[in-house]
Design a protein around this ligand. Structure first.
Ligand SMILES: Cc1ncc(COP(=O)(O)O)c(C=O)c1O
Length: 455
Protein backbone atom coordinates (compact mmCIF):
# COMPACT_ATOMS: atom_id res chain seq x y z
CA UNK A 1 0.00 0.00 0.00
CA UNK A 2 1.25 3.45 -0.91
CA UNK A 3 0.87 6.47 1.30
CA UNK A 4 -1.06 9.55 0.19
CA UNK A 5 -0.59 12.98 1.73
CA UNK A 6 -4.05 14.47 2.08
CA UNK A 7 -3.26 17.40 4.36
CA UNK A 8 0.15 18.65 5.51
CA UNK A 9 0.24 16.59 8.68
CA UNK A 10 -2.08 13.74 7.79
CA UNK A 11 -1.18 10.86 5.59
CA UNK A 12 -3.41 7.89 5.01
CA UNK A 13 -2.93 4.54 3.38
CA UNK A 14 -3.89 4.26 -0.25
CA UNK A 15 -5.18 1.05 -1.70
CA UNK A 16 -3.33 -0.14 -4.76
CA UNK A 17 -6.41 -2.01 -5.91
CA UNK A 18 -8.46 -0.84 -8.85
CA UNK A 19 -11.63 -0.36 -6.80
CA UNK A 20 -14.02 2.49 -7.59
CA UNK A 21 -14.22 5.59 -5.42
CA UNK A 22 -16.06 4.85 -2.18
CA UNK A 23 -19.12 6.70 -1.06
CA UNK A 24 -19.46 8.38 2.29
CA UNK A 25 -20.29 6.06 5.15
CA UNK A 26 -21.15 7.39 8.56
CA UNK A 27 -18.13 7.89 10.76
CA UNK A 28 -15.78 7.62 7.83
CA UNK A 29 -13.97 10.11 5.71
CA UNK A 30 -13.82 9.62 2.00
CA UNK A 31 -11.62 12.43 0.77
CA UNK A 32 -9.86 10.84 -2.20
CA UNK A 33 -10.14 7.98 -4.62
CA UNK A 34 -8.90 4.63 -3.36
CA UNK A 35 -8.17 5.86 0.17
CA UNK A 36 -8.25 3.08 2.73
CA UNK A 37 -11.06 4.35 4.90
CA UNK A 38 -10.40 2.04 7.81
CA UNK A 39 -7.03 3.65 8.28
CA UNK A 40 -8.74 7.03 8.42
CA UNK A 41 -11.21 5.80 11.04
CA UNK A 42 -8.45 5.31 13.51
CA UNK A 43 -7.09 8.80 13.07
CA UNK A 44 -9.74 10.48 15.24
CA UNK A 45 -10.76 12.63 12.34
CA UNK A 46 -12.67 15.21 14.34
CA UNK A 47 -9.60 16.27 16.27
CA UNK A 48 -7.60 16.71 13.10
CA UNK A 49 -10.23 19.13 11.83
CA UNK A 50 -9.46 18.45 8.23
CA UNK A 51 -11.88 21.13 7.02
CA UNK A 52 -9.95 23.92 8.73
CA UNK A 53 -6.71 22.78 7.18
CA UNK A 54 -8.22 22.83 3.72
CA UNK A 55 -9.68 26.29 4.23
CA UNK A 56 -6.39 27.64 5.54
CA UNK A 57 -4.42 26.11 2.67
CA UNK A 58 -6.91 27.46 0.12
CA UNK A 59 -6.22 31.00 1.32
CA UNK A 60 -2.52 30.49 0.66
CA UNK A 61 -2.49 28.70 -2.69
CA UNK A 62 -5.58 29.73 -4.66
CA UNK A 63 -6.25 33.02 -6.41
CA UNK A 64 -8.84 34.78 -4.34
CA UNK A 65 -11.70 34.91 -6.82
CA UNK A 66 -14.28 33.17 -4.62
CA UNK A 67 -15.84 34.33 -1.35
CA UNK A 68 -16.51 30.75 -0.29
CA UNK A 69 -18.88 29.54 2.40
CA UNK A 70 -16.83 27.98 5.21
CA UNK A 71 -17.62 24.40 4.28
CA UNK A 72 -15.43 21.70 2.75
CA UNK A 73 -17.47 19.08 0.93
CA UNK A 74 -15.85 15.72 0.47
CA UNK A 75 -18.58 13.30 -0.55
CA UNK A 76 -22.19 13.13 -1.59
CA UNK A 77 -25.03 10.75 -2.15
CA UNK A 78 -28.39 11.67 -3.65
CA UNK A 79 -29.31 15.09 -2.21
CA UNK A 80 -26.97 14.77 0.78
CA UNK A 81 -23.46 16.18 1.01
CA UNK A 82 -20.89 15.51 3.71
CA UNK A 83 -17.85 17.31 5.02
CA UNK A 84 -14.67 15.50 6.09
CA UNK A 85 -15.83 15.50 9.72
CA UNK A 86 -19.03 13.71 8.75
CA UNK A 87 -21.47 16.64 8.98
CA UNK A 88 -24.42 16.15 6.66
CA UNK A 89 -26.00 18.83 4.45
CA UNK A 90 -29.22 18.72 2.46
CA UNK A 91 -28.34 20.13 -0.94
CA UNK A 92 -30.74 22.72 -2.35
CA UNK A 93 -28.01 24.39 -4.41
CA UNK A 94 -26.93 21.55 -6.73
CA UNK A 95 -23.50 23.11 -7.30
CA UNK A 96 -25.36 26.15 -8.70
CA UNK A 97 -28.06 24.30 -10.63
CA UNK A 98 -25.71 21.65 -11.98
CA UNK A 99 -26.24 18.35 -10.13
CA UNK A 100 -29.67 17.63 -11.59
CA UNK A 101 -29.38 13.92 -10.75
CA UNK A 102 -27.95 14.66 -7.31
CA UNK A 103 -24.65 13.15 -6.25
CA UNK A 104 -23.42 9.70 -7.24
CA UNK A 105 -26.36 8.64 -9.40
CA UNK A 106 -25.48 4.99 -10.14
CA UNK A 107 -26.24 5.19 -13.87
CA UNK A 108 -24.19 8.36 -14.18
CA UNK A 109 -21.29 6.79 -12.27
CA UNK A 110 -21.49 3.76 -14.57
CA UNK A 111 -21.51 5.95 -17.70
CA UNK A 112 -18.44 7.85 -16.50
CA UNK A 113 -16.42 4.90 -15.28
CA UNK A 114 -17.22 2.68 -18.26
CA UNK A 115 -16.31 5.44 -20.71
CA UNK A 116 -13.16 6.34 -18.74
CA UNK A 117 -12.09 2.75 -19.11
CA UNK A 118 -12.58 2.89 -22.86
CA UNK A 119 -11.70 6.41 -24.08
CA UNK A 120 -11.64 9.81 -22.39
CA UNK A 121 -10.28 12.35 -24.85
CA UNK A 122 -9.36 12.48 -28.52
CA UNK A 123 -9.87 16.20 -29.46
CA UNK A 124 -12.11 17.36 -32.27
CA UNK A 125 -9.62 16.38 -34.93
CA UNK A 126 -11.36 12.99 -34.88
CA UNK A 127 -14.93 11.75 -34.65
CA UNK A 128 -16.16 10.15 -31.47
CA UNK A 129 -19.32 8.19 -30.85
CA UNK A 130 -20.70 9.77 -27.61
CA UNK A 131 -20.46 13.30 -29.05
CA UNK A 132 -22.53 12.38 -32.09
CA UNK A 133 -25.00 10.36 -30.00
CA UNK A 134 -25.54 13.27 -27.60
CA UNK A 135 -26.00 15.74 -30.47
CA UNK A 136 -28.56 13.40 -32.09
CA UNK A 137 -30.60 13.46 -28.89
CA UNK A 138 -30.41 17.24 -28.46
CA UNK A 139 -31.48 17.76 -32.06
CA UNK A 140 -34.29 15.19 -31.87
CA UNK A 141 -35.79 16.84 -28.79
CA UNK A 142 -35.50 20.53 -29.66
CA UNK A 143 -36.09 23.25 -32.27
CA UNK A 144 -32.45 22.86 -33.35
CA UNK A 145 -30.85 21.12 -36.31
CA UNK A 146 -27.23 21.16 -35.14
CA UNK A 147 -25.10 21.42 -32.03
CA UNK A 148 -21.76 22.98 -31.17
CA UNK A 149 -20.19 21.77 -27.91
CA UNK A 150 -18.20 23.89 -25.49
CA UNK A 151 -16.94 23.38 -21.93
CA UNK A 152 -19.06 25.84 -19.95
CA UNK A 153 -21.96 28.26 -20.11
CA UNK A 154 -19.85 31.31 -20.79
CA UNK A 155 -18.10 29.51 -23.65
CA UNK A 156 -21.46 28.50 -25.11
CA UNK A 157 -22.47 32.17 -25.13
CA UNK A 158 -19.10 33.15 -26.56
CA UNK A 159 -19.72 30.73 -29.44
CA UNK A 160 -23.23 32.11 -29.94
CA UNK A 161 -21.81 35.66 -30.17
CA UNK A 162 -19.38 34.57 -32.88
CA UNK A 163 -22.03 32.59 -34.73
CA UNK A 164 -24.38 35.61 -34.70
CA UNK A 165 -21.74 37.90 -36.19
CA UNK A 166 -20.70 35.32 -38.76
CA UNK A 167 -24.34 34.75 -39.68
CA UNK A 168 -24.85 38.46 -40.37
CA UNK A 169 -21.69 38.63 -42.51
CA UNK A 170 -22.66 35.49 -44.39
CA UNK A 171 -26.17 36.81 -45.04
CA UNK A 172 -25.00 40.23 -46.22
CA UNK A 173 -21.66 39.60 -47.97
CA UNK A 174 -21.73 42.92 -49.83
CA UNK A 175 -22.68 44.98 -46.81
CA UNK A 176 -19.70 46.98 -45.52
CA UNK A 177 -21.34 47.27 -42.12
CA UNK A 178 -23.30 44.12 -41.35
CA UNK A 179 -25.10 44.03 -38.01
CA UNK A 180 -22.58 43.40 -35.22
CA UNK A 181 -24.34 44.70 -32.11
CA UNK A 182 -26.24 42.90 -29.37
CA UNK A 183 -29.20 43.42 -27.07
CA UNK A 184 -29.21 42.11 -23.57
CA UNK A 185 -31.43 42.80 -20.54
CA UNK A 186 -31.40 44.07 -16.97
CA UNK A 187 -30.65 41.42 -14.32
CA UNK A 188 -29.23 39.05 -16.93
CA UNK A 189 -26.16 36.86 -16.47
CA UNK A 190 -24.41 35.33 -19.46
CA UNK A 191 -20.92 34.55 -18.16
CA UNK A 192 -17.49 35.87 -17.29
CA UNK A 193 -15.39 35.60 -20.46
CA UNK A 194 -14.92 38.89 -22.23
CA UNK A 195 -17.74 38.58 -24.80
CA UNK A 196 -20.30 36.97 -22.51
CA UNK A 197 -19.27 39.43 -19.82
CA UNK A 198 -20.11 42.29 -22.14
CA UNK A 199 -23.66 40.87 -22.30
CA UNK A 200 -23.91 40.52 -18.50
CA UNK A 201 -25.80 43.31 -16.79
CA UNK A 202 -24.02 43.67 -13.41
CA UNK A 203 -21.74 46.68 -13.82
CA UNK A 204 -19.28 45.64 -11.13
CA UNK A 205 -18.61 42.35 -12.96
CA UNK A 206 -17.68 44.33 -16.08
CA UNK A 207 -16.10 47.59 -15.01
CA UNK A 208 -12.72 46.28 -13.74
CA UNK A 209 -12.12 44.67 -17.14
CA UNK A 210 -13.21 47.37 -19.54
CA UNK A 211 -13.13 47.79 -22.43
CA UNK A 212 -15.27 44.67 -22.88
CA UNK A 213 -16.81 43.83 -26.28
CA UNK A 214 -18.45 47.04 -27.58
CA UNK A 215 -21.91 47.33 -29.09
CA UNK A 216 -24.09 45.86 -26.34
CA UNK A 217 -27.22 47.71 -25.22
CA UNK A 218 -28.99 46.69 -22.01
CA UNK A 219 -32.74 47.11 -22.04
CA UNK A 220 -35.26 46.59 -19.28
CA UNK A 221 -36.25 42.90 -19.07
CA UNK A 222 -39.85 42.82 -20.28
CA UNK A 223 -39.86 46.22 -22.01
CA UNK A 224 -41.36 45.30 -25.37
CA UNK A 225 -41.44 48.79 -26.86
CA UNK A 226 -37.77 49.55 -26.13
CA UNK A 227 -36.71 46.20 -27.57
CA UNK A 228 -38.78 46.65 -30.75
CA UNK A 229 -37.35 50.11 -31.38
CA UNK A 230 -33.73 49.06 -30.96
CA UNK A 231 -34.03 45.84 -32.96
CA UNK A 232 -35.66 47.79 -35.82
CA UNK A 233 -32.45 49.84 -36.19
CA UNK A 234 -30.95 47.00 -38.24
CA UNK A 235 -27.70 47.08 -36.27
CA UNK A 236 -28.50 44.15 -33.99
CA UNK A 237 -26.82 40.84 -34.81
CA UNK A 238 -28.60 39.03 -31.98
CA UNK A 239 -30.73 39.44 -28.89
CA UNK A 240 -29.66 37.41 -25.86
CA UNK A 241 -32.33 36.61 -23.29
CA UNK A 242 -32.91 34.14 -20.48
CA UNK A 243 -36.53 32.90 -20.58
CA UNK A 244 -36.20 32.67 -16.80
CA UNK A 245 -33.41 34.66 -15.17
CA UNK A 246 -31.47 32.72 -12.54
CA UNK A 247 -28.55 34.77 -11.14
CA UNK A 248 -30.56 37.94 -11.68
CA UNK A 249 -33.21 36.96 -9.14
CA UNK A 250 -35.55 34.27 -10.57
CA UNK A 251 -37.58 36.46 -12.91
CA UNK A 252 -39.71 34.80 -15.58
CA UNK A 253 -40.29 36.42 -18.94
CA UNK A 254 -43.84 36.75 -20.21
CA UNK A 255 -45.01 35.00 -23.35
CA UNK A 256 -45.85 38.38 -24.84
CA UNK A 257 -42.29 39.66 -24.24
CA UNK A 258 -40.59 36.63 -25.82
CA UNK A 259 -43.09 36.58 -28.70
CA UNK A 260 -42.49 40.24 -29.46
CA UNK A 261 -38.71 39.67 -29.42
CA UNK A 262 -39.25 36.81 -31.87
CA UNK A 263 -41.33 38.98 -34.21
CA UNK A 264 -38.97 41.97 -33.99
CA UNK A 265 -35.94 39.76 -34.72
CA UNK A 266 -37.69 38.15 -37.69
CA UNK A 267 -38.64 41.55 -39.12
CA UNK A 268 -35.13 43.00 -38.73
CA UNK A 269 -33.06 39.92 -39.58
CA UNK A 270 -31.60 39.67 -36.06
CA UNK A 271 -31.10 36.34 -34.32
CA UNK A 272 -32.89 35.44 -31.11
CA UNK A 273 -30.70 33.58 -28.59
CA UNK A 274 -32.18 31.94 -25.51
CA UNK A 275 -29.66 31.42 -22.73
CA UNK A 276 -30.95 28.32 -20.94
CA UNK A 277 -27.67 27.59 -19.18
CA UNK A 278 -29.44 27.71 -15.81
CA UNK A 279 -33.15 27.34 -16.56
CA UNK A 280 -32.90 24.66 -19.29
CA UNK A 281 -32.92 20.90 -19.27
CA UNK A 282 -35.81 20.08 -16.97
CA UNK A 283 -35.21 22.67 -14.23
CA UNK A 284 -38.58 24.35 -14.89
CA UNK A 285 -40.44 21.06 -15.36
CA UNK A 286 -40.21 21.59 -19.13
CA UNK A 287 -37.30 20.09 -21.03
CA UNK A 288 -36.55 23.62 -22.29
CA UNK A 289 -37.82 26.63 -20.37
CA UNK A 290 -38.99 28.28 -23.60
CA UNK A 291 -41.52 25.49 -24.10
CA UNK A 292 -43.49 27.10 -21.28
CA UNK A 293 -44.01 30.12 -23.58
CA UNK A 294 -44.28 28.40 -26.95
CA UNK A 295 -41.66 30.76 -28.46
CA UNK A 296 -38.61 29.33 -30.19
CA UNK A 297 -35.11 30.81 -30.69
CA UNK A 298 -32.55 30.63 -33.48
CA UNK A 299 -29.91 29.56 -30.98
CA UNK A 300 -30.05 28.22 -27.44
CA UNK A 301 -27.12 27.93 -25.04
CA UNK A 302 -26.93 25.15 -22.45
CA UNK A 303 -24.42 24.04 -19.86
CA UNK A 304 -24.79 23.51 -16.13
CA UNK A 305 -26.80 20.26 -15.69
CA UNK A 306 -26.07 18.73 -19.08
CA UNK A 307 -23.32 16.35 -17.96
CA UNK A 308 -24.54 15.99 -14.37
CA UNK A 309 -21.47 17.69 -12.85
CA UNK A 310 -18.79 17.38 -15.52
CA UNK A 311 -17.92 20.54 -17.48
CA UNK A 312 -19.87 20.95 -20.70
CA UNK A 313 -21.66 23.58 -22.69
CA UNK A 314 -23.60 23.53 -25.93
CA UNK A 315 -25.06 25.86 -28.54
CA UNK A 316 -28.08 24.49 -30.35
CA UNK A 317 -28.73 26.19 -33.68
CA UNK A 318 -31.08 26.05 -36.64
CA UNK A 319 -29.82 24.92 -40.05
CA UNK A 320 -30.05 28.55 -41.21
CA UNK A 321 -27.53 29.64 -38.59
CA UNK A 322 -25.33 26.58 -39.05
CA UNK A 323 -25.06 27.21 -42.78
CA UNK A 324 -23.08 30.40 -42.04
CA UNK A 325 -20.41 28.55 -40.09
CA UNK A 326 -17.35 27.08 -41.78
CA UNK A 327 -14.50 24.83 -40.75
CA UNK A 328 -12.17 26.75 -38.47
CA UNK A 329 -14.66 29.45 -37.47
CA UNK A 330 -14.69 28.17 -33.91
CA UNK A 331 -13.39 25.24 -31.91
CA UNK A 332 -12.17 23.80 -28.65
CA UNK A 333 -9.62 21.16 -27.67
CA UNK A 334 -11.68 19.57 -24.92
CA UNK A 335 -15.27 20.27 -25.90
CA UNK A 336 -17.60 17.37 -26.55
CA UNK A 337 -15.10 14.74 -25.41
CA UNK A 338 -16.22 11.12 -25.07
CA UNK A 339 -16.23 11.10 -21.26
CA UNK A 340 -18.33 14.17 -20.73
CA UNK A 341 -20.70 13.30 -23.58
CA UNK A 342 -21.28 9.78 -22.32
CA UNK A 343 -22.18 11.24 -18.91
CA UNK A 344 -24.48 13.75 -20.62
CA UNK A 345 -26.29 11.04 -22.59
CA UNK A 346 -27.25 9.39 -19.29
CA UNK A 347 -28.38 12.70 -17.81
CA UNK A 348 -30.33 13.63 -20.92
CA UNK A 349 -32.10 10.27 -21.24
CA UNK A 350 -33.29 10.51 -17.63
CA UNK A 351 -34.39 14.13 -17.69
CA UNK A 352 -36.06 14.03 -21.11
CA UNK A 353 -38.37 11.27 -19.91
CA UNK A 354 -41.88 12.84 -19.68
CA UNK A 355 -42.56 11.19 -16.32
CA UNK A 356 -39.33 12.68 -14.91
CA UNK A 357 -40.33 16.14 -16.15
CA UNK A 358 -43.82 15.71 -14.69
CA UNK A 359 -42.27 14.84 -11.33
CA UNK A 360 -40.20 18.05 -11.42
CA UNK A 361 -43.36 20.11 -12.04
CA UNK A 362 -45.24 18.34 -9.26
CA UNK A 363 -42.43 18.72 -6.74
CA UNK A 364 -41.88 22.34 -7.76
CA UNK A 365 -45.54 23.17 -7.12
CA UNK A 366 -45.45 21.33 -3.80
CA UNK A 367 -42.28 23.12 -2.68
CA UNK A 368 -43.70 26.50 -3.59
CA UNK A 369 -46.93 25.73 -1.71
CA UNK A 370 -44.95 24.67 1.35
CA UNK A 371 -42.87 27.83 1.24
CA UNK A 372 -45.95 30.03 0.83
CA UNK A 373 -47.63 28.22 3.76
CA UNK A 374 -44.61 28.53 6.04
CA UNK A 375 -43.23 31.92 5.00
CA UNK A 376 -46.00 33.72 3.13
CA UNK A 377 -47.06 35.67 6.22
CA UNK A 378 -43.55 36.81 7.12
CA UNK A 379 -43.06 40.57 6.82
CA UNK A 380 -39.65 40.11 5.12
CA UNK A 381 -41.11 38.12 2.22
CA UNK A 382 -42.03 40.26 -0.80
CA UNK A 383 -42.68 37.41 -3.23
CA UNK A 384 -42.15 33.68 -3.73
CA UNK A 385 -41.74 32.97 -7.45
CA UNK A 386 -40.29 30.57 -9.99
CA UNK A 387 -41.20 27.59 -12.09
CA UNK A 388 -40.54 23.92 -11.36
CA UNK A 389 -37.50 23.52 -9.14
CA UNK A 390 -36.05 26.99 -9.60
CA UNK A 391 -37.65 29.07 -6.89
CA UNK A 392 -36.85 32.52 -5.54
CA UNK A 393 -37.88 34.06 -2.21
CA UNK A 394 -37.66 37.81 -2.64
CA UNK A 395 -36.83 39.52 0.67
CA UNK A 396 -36.83 43.11 1.84
CA UNK A 397 -33.40 42.48 3.43
CA UNK A 398 -30.16 40.75 2.49
CA UNK A 399 -30.61 36.97 2.23
CA UNK A 400 -27.04 36.22 3.40
CA UNK A 401 -27.79 35.81 7.13
CA UNK A 402 -30.54 33.36 6.23
CA UNK A 403 -28.26 31.41 3.89
CA UNK A 404 -25.62 31.23 6.67
CA UNK A 405 -28.15 30.13 9.30
CA UNK A 406 -29.54 27.44 6.99
CA UNK A 407 -26.04 26.16 6.28
CA UNK A 408 -25.32 25.95 10.01
CA UNK A 409 -28.57 24.02 10.33
CA UNK A 410 -27.50 21.61 7.57
CA UNK A 411 -29.22 23.07 4.49
CA UNK A 412 -27.38 24.49 1.47
CA UNK A 413 -29.19 27.28 -0.38
CA UNK A 414 -28.08 30.19 -2.59
CA UNK A 415 -28.70 33.88 -3.04
CA UNK A 416 -29.55 35.65 -6.29
CA UNK A 417 -30.38 39.13 -7.57
CA UNK A 418 -28.85 41.92 -5.52
CA UNK A 419 -28.33 39.46 -2.65
CA UNK A 420 -31.90 39.86 -1.42
CA UNK A 421 -33.33 36.78 -3.14
CA UNK A 422 -33.03 33.25 -1.77
CA UNK A 423 -32.44 30.91 -4.70
CA UNK A 424 -33.57 27.29 -4.35
CA UNK A 425 -32.32 24.94 -7.06
CA UNK A 426 -32.25 21.45 -5.52
CA UNK A 427 -31.28 18.35 -7.50
CA UNK A 428 -34.26 17.43 -9.68
CA UNK A 429 -34.37 14.02 -7.99
CA UNK A 430 -35.11 15.50 -4.56
CA UNK A 431 -37.92 13.77 -2.65
CA UNK A 432 -41.04 15.44 -1.21
CA UNK A 433 -39.79 14.57 2.30
CA UNK A 434 -36.52 16.36 1.62
CA UNK A 435 -38.41 19.37 0.30
CA UNK A 436 -40.50 19.38 3.49
CA UNK A 437 -37.32 19.32 5.55
CA UNK A 438 -35.79 22.13 3.52
CA UNK A 439 -38.89 24.31 3.88
CA UNK A 440 -38.98 23.69 7.63
CA UNK A 441 -35.28 24.55 8.10
CA UNK A 442 -35.81 27.78 6.15
CA UNK A 443 -38.85 28.64 8.30
CA UNK A 444 -36.94 28.04 11.49
CA UNK A 445 -33.95 30.07 10.32
CA UNK A 446 -36.04 33.02 9.18
CA UNK A 447 -35.82 34.66 12.58
CA UNK A 448 -32.18 35.64 11.89
CA UNK A 449 -33.53 38.22 9.44
CA UNK A 450 -35.11 40.15 12.29
CA UNK A 451 -31.68 40.73 13.81
CA UNK A 452 -30.32 42.24 10.62
CA UNK A 453 -30.79 45.67 9.08
CA UNK A 454 -32.64 46.04 5.83
CA UNK A 455 -30.71 46.73 2.58
C1 LIG B 1 -27.92 31.99 -17.53
C2 LIG B 1 -26.45 31.74 -17.41
N1 LIG B 1 -25.68 31.88 -18.49
C3 LIG B 1 -24.36 31.65 -18.44
C4 LIG B 1 -23.74 31.29 -17.28
C5 LIG B 1 -22.27 31.03 -17.25
O1 LIG B 1 -22.04 29.67 -17.10
P1 LIG B 1 -20.59 29.12 -16.63
O2 LIG B 1 -20.45 29.52 -15.21
O3 LIG B 1 -20.69 27.64 -16.86
O4 LIG B 1 -19.59 29.77 -17.52
C6 LIG B 1 -24.51 31.14 -16.12
C7 LIG B 1 -23.86 30.76 -14.84
O5 LIG B 1 -24.39 30.93 -13.78
C8 LIG B 1 -25.90 31.38 -16.18
O6 LIG B 1 -26.68 31.25 -15.10
Amino acid sequence: MASLKLFPNVSVAVSSSNSLPRRFEKGRVSACLNVDLQAVDSLKVEKLNASNEVMEAEKRVLVGTYARAPVVLSSGQGCKLYDPEGREYLDCSSGIAVNALGHGDPDWVRAVTEQANVLTHVSNIYYSVPQVELAKRLVACSFADRVFFSNSGTEANEAAIKFARKFQRFLHPDDKQPATEFVSFTNCFHGRTIGALALTSKVHYRSPFEPVMPGVTFLEYGNIQAAKELIQSGKIAAVFVEPLQGEGGIYSATKEFLQSLRTACDDAGSLLVFDEVQCGLGRTGYLWAHEAYGVFPDMMTLAKPLAGGLPIGAVLVTERVASAINFGDHGSTFAGGPLVCNAAITVFDKIANPSFLASVSKKGKYFKELLVQKLGGNAHVKEIRGLGLIIGIDLDVSASPLVDACRNAGLLILTAGKGNVVRLVPPLIISEQELERAAEVIRQCFRVLDNNNSN
